[in-house]
Design a binder for this molecule. Structure first.
Ligand SMILES: [Zn+2]
Length: 305
């Protein structure tokens, strides 16, 4: 059930942020379920463009694309009915014409065929819409929260672009900044500022260029900022890893998803790194098997059989 707001009157931002955050808590353990946050991001993109509602089929089309590109191991699930329908139980979302939509025999979910046929309007509740009208900048804050809570930072810009959202500037606490800087220093130092997958190690003015410290199990999914959960990766392999285009096997070799298609020129393809051993750190902990397993299970795109 939705949490009651104390008293009537307009919604405040903190209440909305708490409301959205509680939607994300429907998880089992460290496994992130990307469908609901992606549905909300698609809906927020629509709201930011000034539209009060969006037809189910149109929202479903955007959501399917988002899941396909950013859903990780869930990329092949074409189920857009459940996340869009279930948002209603959270008290901020409505679907029109519910009396015309036929339910499945279980009565718990609508029939997909009927939902597509009726193609209802879907929209945020009136009080949320009113809040967005008065404070359009809140939409970008909520979108930023959803990304922070559910996706690796390396993917935020691409997801926002695909959802049609202009993001609010990132406000990072001093503590988080210090933690990230320490993690980056520890990981880059241990790997000699070389990509653990391709060995890239260019520098600009003596500083590592486009080399990043990647969390193997995402920080937003409870992964620690430690060397045992870190990899030094070039910017391309960081995005490829977080997107699930590749993973690391139990034997610590690179496995490339069969869903990766090389570009026409094929001069620097991901497929070329298939079967290569992952570099080990010069000192300190190698990546723990448990974190690599999280990544394989939650992010790696296993192609449909
Ligand atoms: Zn690389």
């Amino acid at each position: 059930m939705s949490e009651q707001r104390p008293g009537a009157g307009p919604i405040d931002l903190q209440w909305l942020r708490n409301r959205f955050a509680s939607l994300n808590r429907s998880r089992d353990g460290p496994e992130l379920a990307p469908h609901k946050p992606l549905a909300l991001l698609a809906a927020l993109g629509n709201a930011q463009r000034g539209d009060r509602s969006i037809r189910f089929n149109e929202l479903g089309h955007t959501l399917r694309r988002l899941i396909h590109s950013f859903g990780g191991a869930h990329w092949d699930s074409g189920n857009v009915r459940d996340p869009i329908w279930r948002l209603q139980t959270d008290g901020i979302w409505q679907v029109s014409d519910v009396h015309r939509i036929e339910m499945e025999a279980s009565k718990r979910r609508p029939s997909v065929v009927s939902l597509r046929h009726v193609n209802p309007e879907t929209y945020f509740t009136t009080e949320v819409v009113d809040a967005f009208r008065s404070h359009p900048e809140w939409i970008a804050v909520l979108a930023r929260d959803l990304l922070d809570a559910n996706f690796s930072p390396s993917l935020h810009a691409a997801i926002a672009h695909a959802a049609g959202i202009v993001l609010a500037p990132h406000r990072v606490s001093r503590t988080a900044l210090a933690r990230d800087a320490k993690f980056r220093n520890v990981v880059l130092d241990a790997y000699g500022s070389r990509c653990a997958i391709c060995g890239y190690d260019d520098q600009l003015g003596g500083d590592p260029l486009a080399l990043e410290a990647a969390h193997v199990q995402w920080h937003c999914a409870g992964g620690p900022s430690t060397l045992a959960n870190g990899l030094c990766l070039c910017a391309i392999h960081h995005v490829a890893f977080d997107s699930g285009a590749l993973c690391i096997s139990t034997e610590r070799v690179v496995v490339v998803s069969a869903d990766v298609k090389s570009g026409a020129r094929g001069s620097a393809t991901l497929a070329g790194f298939s079967g290569r051993p992952l570099a080990s750190p010069r000192h300190g902990d190698a990546v723990s098997q448990g974190f690599l397993e999280w990544h394989r299970k939650v992010r790696f795109r296993e192609p449909a059989a």
